[in-house]
Design a protein around this ligand. Structure first.
Ligand code: J2J
Length: 539
């Protein structure tokens, strides 16, 4: 049956002439996100696709699982265009579910396993999700109970799929018991294929709608620039739903090339060093604090890490000092990446000289990327001068999902995304990130919108006012600090760190967003016009 284009409300389409240009140039091709996996499985079904704590899964077994789970989901009524929240740790079932949803043309909403009620409920509310896939518990939280509550509260949320904490379990077995559906196209390349979380600067994280075309393009340019081949053995040690793990070059890059993906539950040296040795890992994409932990670990002496060819480091600024240690101490090439879930990704090229590799955050990955560096007035700055980075291109969205007001601020009228990053560009086009203009905290690569945390803290008894900022930290880059002005007569202890963290936990905020430091103050420093000076608070 001929498919007609899917209309997703709240999605900002590309202007037709731009879309045509991207297709004519071959940036956008006739492919859905699940097809490259099936192509790899046809080429070498017996090869290992995914290794996780409990399983070695061949390409044939992976596609079989995907089609069985897709059958089970289809039987429950999941269809093309349905939104479904996927919140799983680094387990092979994550990969199985997202491909199963793509086979059906459904739209997974990638939710980190660290998310709690505040974040998940928001995703369910704005997407009208029909299904929620999660684990029974994580990090001491009963996610099964949360799922049941959300099911009660949100009529759209018809299906709960609750796996065991490490994946699998009876819910998974029930889905796998279905006869596989046939692999065929149930969505169009131009369909919205996934919703990914943005770091966000306002009340809640925003959702980023990628189509098959934008995402497959990003993967197809990333994989060769990151040296991915069928011999690649990739370690995924940061949360699997992060775009570094999915597409930069991510498991999509590796499974499309026919390589092997190894999933680690976390990125600590105790967990990953044995995996690197055992599986001969050739590449990993990690955030700067993990790199520091690897470099500074005494365990390094006990394991053979010599298989590591490339370490991709991104998500937050890496210090030059740490960057210089990678080659001599870990024996791998350091490839810095500077990307954003909104689309644009830059990589240092694998043949870059040492100075570029340690100092720069890369060149745009797509030949269709258009970058502008502008001053506060929007005028283009000369080469070598820091400017606000604006980005447009075949992997970059034109608007957040269902966010018309925000879109007016976040995108220029001619479709450039305002990244909020301050960068310098040299004569070769290499970018160096020198600062940030957006009100966002980057805690070791995890992005936190201060306003979301402030709004929740304001609801605590005894809090008159609050301002949340990122303060410098040697390991994480930034830590979260809350300045709190108590109500008159309030005991400062009642608005101190312990009370605030207890309150935020009860409100269901993800742990990584909680303040690391609280300072009780009489007032905030102000700018000349009387606004809170977050700049002064960040010192
Ligand atoms: C400084 N800041 C950086 C870097 C990201 C690949 C790689 C990273 C992300 C990502 C991604 C940085 N140096 N090397 O999605 O596909 C900050 C910038 C940027 C924001 C985006 C990918 N790499 N950043 O980190 O959506 O401020 O994506 O705008 O999580 O992280 O964050 P996020």
């Amino acid at each position: 049956m001929e498919l007609t284009p899917l209309v997703t409300d709240g999605f900002t389409p590309y202007p037709p002439d731009v879309a045509e240009h991207y297709r004519r140039e071959g940036y956008w091709i006739d492919q859905t996100l699940s097809e490259p996996l099936f192509d790899s499985a046809r080429r070498h079904p017996e090869r290992t696709a995914v290794i996780s704590a409990d399983a070695h899964i061949s390409y044939a077994a992976l596609t079989d699982r995907v089609l069985r789970v897709a059958a089970g989901l289809e039987q429950r009524g999941i269809r093309r265009g349905d939104r479904v929240v996927v919140q799983l740790p680094n387990v092979s079932d994550f990969i199985v579910f997202v491909y199963a949803f793509w086979e059906l043309g459904a739209i997974p909403v990638f939710s980190p396993v660290a998310h709690r009620r505040t974040e998940i409920e928001h995703f369910v509310e704005i997407t009208g999700a029909r299904a929620y896939v999660t684990v029974a518990h994580h990090d001491g939280t009963d996610l099964a109970a949360l799922a049941a509550e959300l099911h009660q509260a949100w009529p759209s949320l018809e299906h709960l799929i609750v796996l065991d904490a490490a994946g699998g379990g009876s819910a998974m077995d029930a889905l796998l018991a279905h006869e596989p559906i046939a692999h065929r196209r149930r969505s169009l390349p131009s369909d919205v294929a996934l919703l990914q979380m943005s770091g966000g600067t306002t009340g809640h994280p925003k959702l980023i709608p990628h189509t098959n075309e934008t995402y497959t393009h990003s993967v197809r340019v990333s994989a060769p620039l990151c040296g991915i081949t069928d011999a690649s053995v990739q370690l995924i040690a940061v949360p699997i739903c992060h775009s570094m793990s999915v597409r930069s070059p991510g498991f999509l890059g590796v499974l499309g090339a026919g390589g092997t993906v190894v999933l680690a539950p976390d990125g600590s040296p105790d967990t990953v060093f044995p995996l690197i040795q055992e599986h001969g890992i050739t590449q990993a994409s990690i955030v700067p604090p993990l790199l520091l932990a690897w470099l500074n670990s005494s365990l390094r002496e006990q394991y053979d890490l010599s298989s590591l060819e490339t370490l991709h480091v991104g998500g937050a600024k890496l210090s030059e000092e740490a960057a210089r240690r990678v080659r001599p101490e870990l024996g791998a090439f350091l490839q810095q990446g500077f990307g954003m879930a909104e689309g644009l990704v830059n990589y240092v090229r694998l043949d870059a000289d040492e100075a570029t590799a340690v100092r720069s955050q890369g060149l745009p990955s797509s030949p269709g990327d258009e970058l502008r560096l502008v001053d506060d007035a929007g005028e283009t700055v000369p080469t070598g001068t820091p400017g606000h980075l604006l980005a447009r291109g075949p992997a970059t969205i034109r608007g957040y999902y269902r966010s018309p007001e925000l879109n007016a601020d976040s995108f220029t009228p001619d479709g450039y995304y305002r990244t909020g990053d301050i960068v310098e560009r040299d004569e070769r086009g290499y970018l160096t990130v020198v600062g940030r203009a957006k009100d966002q905290i980057n805690r070791g690569g995890e992005k936190i919108p201060p306003e979301e945390v402030e709004n929740l803290i304001l609801a605590l008894d005894g809090v008159h006012d609050v301002s949340v900022v990122g303060v410098p930290d040697r390991v994480l880059g930034e830590r979260v600090k809350a300045f709190v002005v108590p109500r008159e007569g309030t005991d400062p202890v009642a608005v101190g760190l312990a009370s605030i963290r207890r309150h935020l936990r009860a409100r269901g905020l993800a742990a990584y967003k909680m303040p690391d430091i609280v300072e009780v103050v009489a007032d905030f420093p102000r700018t000349a016009v009387g606004k809170v000076s977050k700049r002064m608070q960040r010192r």
